[in-house]
Design a protein around this ligand. Structure first.
Ligand code: 13P
Length: 252
């Protein structure tokens, strides 16, 4: 059985005291309601060290990582730095990084590789924009993103990658891909991996869906055979919604 994962992506939200409060709420919820899935949160860099020191019951991830090892890259955070504060992993190639910071598939591939080289678990994001979906190009887009970023990895490396399919038109818009649309493209992504690395490896890989996941739609989406959980933005910012998403797995 592959891992089922409920992952929060806080993006650029929460002050220090707000972050501390929500992390404590997640921790105590998990302790009182042992989850049927893995739980992790991607949080702003500045909170990572404290979060990791104080919370061992769920994963603590960064929201990005530099593709460079070290050196004159002002403002960047390296994989080595993240490992040294014991972060568990990094969200990589989020569409907001692609859109606002012009990250390319090649750069994103380098980020995944350096994360793996430093023992961090990468969550690799892919997904098409609305125009691409409307033009029926979503399969081609996701194929190119995935192949360019991941297919230089060895089988042992790619095994450690979690993929998050996030259609850009569904992020923060309230518009969710239907469970059928999610299933269709998740199965397609799995078939790409199977062609390159074999069916057993593809079957062992967790593929998350992201884009307006909320308590009211999570169970239906997570129930699809090729959907292994969610990468969640807005609904990960308060304990009522986030705990309900974790609980969606208790009901499946
Ligand atoms: P929303 O859940 O707010 O749509 O964000 C999804 C996302 O981008 C998670 O990485």
């Amino acid at each position: 059985m592959r891992k089922k994962i409920v992952a929060g992506n806080w993006k650029m939200n929460k002050t220090r005291s707000e972050a501390k409060k929500l992390l404590a709420e997640i921790d105590s919820y998990i302790q009182s309601h042992p989850p049927k899935c893995e739980v992790l949160v991607g949080i702003p860099f500045v909170y990572l060290e404290n979060a990791k020191a104080n919370h061992k019951n769920f994963g603590i991830y960064s929201e990005d990582i530099s593709e460079h090892k070290s050196g004159a890259y002002t403002g960047e955070i390296s994989a080595e730095m993240l490992t040294s504060i014991e972060a568990d992993g990094a969200i990589i190639g989020h569409s907001e990084r692609r859109q606002y910071h012009h990250e390319t598939d090649e750069q994103i591939g380098a980020k995944v590789k350096i994360a793996l080289d430093n023992g961090l678990n990468p969550i690799f994001c892919n997904g098409e924009v609305l125009e691409e979906r409307k033009a029926g190009k979503h399969f081609d887009v996701v194929k190119k993103q995935t192949e360019t970023a991941l297919f230089g990895l060895t089988a042992d490396e790619i095994k450690k990658v979690v993929i998050a399919y996030e259609p850009v038109w569904a992020i923060g818009t309230g518009e969710t891909a239907t469970p059928e649309q999610a299933q269709e493209i998740h199965a397609f992504i799995r078939s790409l991996i199977a062609e390159k690395y074999g069916k057993d490896l593809a079957d062992s890989l967790s593929i998350l869906y992201g884009g307006s996941v909320k308590p009211s739609n999570a169970k239906e989406i997570f129930s699809k055979p090729d959907v292994d959980g969610g990468l969640i933005g807005g609904a990960a910012l308060n304990i009522a919604d986030f705990s309900a998403l974790i609980d969606a797995y208790a009901e499946i």
